[in-house]
Design a protein around this ligand. Structure first.
Ligand SMILES: Nc1ncnc2c1ncn2[C@@H]1O[C@H](COP(=O)(O)OP(=O)(O)OP(=O)(O)O)[C@@H](O)[C@H]1O
Length: 308
C-alpha cells in the first residue's frame, strides 16, 4: 500500500505539489492522472525518496521508502529520466542491477522473457528504440519481484502491441496482489488499464475515485430518446431524480433513469420509440471537465492550418 499524507513540494516560490492525501491499495491498478505539469512526476519522485517533500510524508508498505533495507525487492520503479549505460547490453545492465541488489541471476532471464527482450538481450542499449528502452525500464522495475510498482508514463513510446502487452502485464501483477501505480496524462489509456484513479491538477487532488464513479459525477449516464410523442413520454417519466431535456420536438435527453425503464414505460403506454440509446460521458470529457481549471499549458489561439 502507498500512502501520501499532506505531501507538498515547493520549488522556489512555486508550489508544485500541494497537500496531497491519497492511498493506493494493493490488488488494483491505480492510474495517477493529471494534465502536463500537474505534479505527477514530482509526487512519484517524493514517494521514491528522490525529492524531499517540503512538508508532509509518504509511506510504501507502511514505511518511508528510504528506510527499506532492500528497496528493489519492495518497490519497482520506472521514472522518465532513466540512467542506463548506453554501451552495456540489456542483459549486462540487468545483471549489474541484480548483482548490486542481491537479486538471483535467474530473475534476469525471467524479466527479459516477461518484457519480450530475450531476443535482444545481447544488444547494446544505445541501439534500442524508445519502446525497447521502455521495456528495459519495466524489466528493471520487475527485477526484484516487488510488491509495489510505481511507473511514470509506462506506455510512452510503446507501439499498439506494446500498449496491449503492458495493459495485460499490469492487470496480472495487480491480480497477484501487488500495488500498482501508473501515471499518465492520457485518460483514454487509463480507462482501459486502471480500476482506480487519483487525479491531480496544479498539484492538488481533484479526484480519488473509480473510473465508473468519475463518469457518473461528471454528468452521469444519459439516454437519448426519439419518439413522436415526446411530451407524453416526458410527463410519464418525470419523477424524483429524473431530469429530462427536450433537444427537439421529438428528441429527449433523459438523466437519472435507464433505457430499460424508459422502454418499459413507452411499451406500457403504446408510445412508439424511434430511438433509445444509452449514452455515457466519455472518460476523456470527464477528465477535461475535472481539470479544465488546472491546465498549465493551454492553447489560446485557434490553429489556422499548417504553414508552408
Ligand atoms: N527541479 C525542479 N525545479 C523547479 N521546478 C520544477 C522541478 N521539477 C519540476 N518542476 C515543475 O513542477 C511542475 C510539475 O512538474 P511534474 O514533472 O511533476 O509534472 P507532471 O504532472 O509529471 O507533468 P508531465 O505530464 O508533463 O510529465 C512543472 O511546472 C515543472 O516545471
Amino acid at each position: 500500500m502507498i500512502r501520501a499524507y499532506g505531501l507538498t513540494k515547493r520549488f522556489g516560490g512555486t508550489t508544485v505539489v500541494d497537500g496531497l492525501d491519497f492511498t493506493v491499495h494493493p490488488g488494483t491498478v491505480t492510474g495517477f492522472l493529471g494534465p502536463n505539469g500537474a505534479g505527477k512526476s514530482t509526487t512519484m519522485r517524493m514517494l521514491l525518496g528522490l525529492d524531499a517533500p517540503t512538508s508532509g510524508r509518504s509511506t510504501i508498505g507502511g514505511r518511508d521508502y528510504t528506510t527499506h533495507p532492500a528497496p528493489l525487492t519492495e518497490v519497482g520503479a520506472l521514472l522518465e529520466a532513466r540512467s542506463v549505460h548506453p554501451g552495456r547490453t540489456a542483459h549486462n545492465h540487468l545483471m549489474a542491477l541484480a548483482h548490486t541488489h542481491g537479486i538471483p541471476r535467474s530473475r534476469v532471464d525471467h524479466v527479459l522473457d516477461l518484457t519480450g527482450l530475450a531476443g535482444v538481450a545481447d544488444k547494446r542499449i544505445k541501439g534500442f528504440s524508445l519502446g525497447m528502452g521502455q521495456r528495459l525500464g519495466i524489466a528493471a522495475a520487475l527485477l526484484g519481484d516487488p510488491a509495489t510498482l510505481i511507473l511514470d508514463e509506462p506506455v510512452n513510446g510503446l507501439d499498439p502491441e506494446g500498449v496491449l502487452w503492458i495493459r495485460t502485464l499490469l492487470t496480472t501483477l495487480a491480480a497477484e496482489g501487488r500495488t500498482v501505480l501508473i501515471s499518465s496524462h492520457l485518460m483514454s489509456e487509463m480507462a482501459l488499464t486502471a480500476d482506480h484513479l487519483v487525479v491531480i491538477g496544479r498539484g492538488r487532488l481533484l479526484a480519488d475515485t473509480t473510473v465508473a464513479e468519475l463518469i457518473r459525477t461528471a454528468g452521469g449516464a444519459t439516454v437519448k430518446v426519439v419518439t413522436p410523442q415526446a411530451d407524453t413520454l416526458s410527463a410519464l417519466l418525470s419523477g424524483p431524480g429524473v431530469r429530462i431535456a427536450a433537444v427537439t420536438a421529438d428528441e429527449l435527453t433523459v438523466h437519472g433513469t435507464d433505457a430499460a425503464r424508459i422502454g418499459r414505460t413507452a411499451a406500457a403506454h403504446a408510445i412508439p420509440l424511434h430511438e433509445l440509446t444509452p449514452q455515457t460521458v466519455s472518460l476523456e470529457q470527464a477528465f477535461m471537465d475535472l481539470t479544465q481549471e488546472s491546465v498549465e499549458y493551454r492553447t489560446t489561439a485557434p490553429l489556422t492550418g499548417a504553414q508552408a
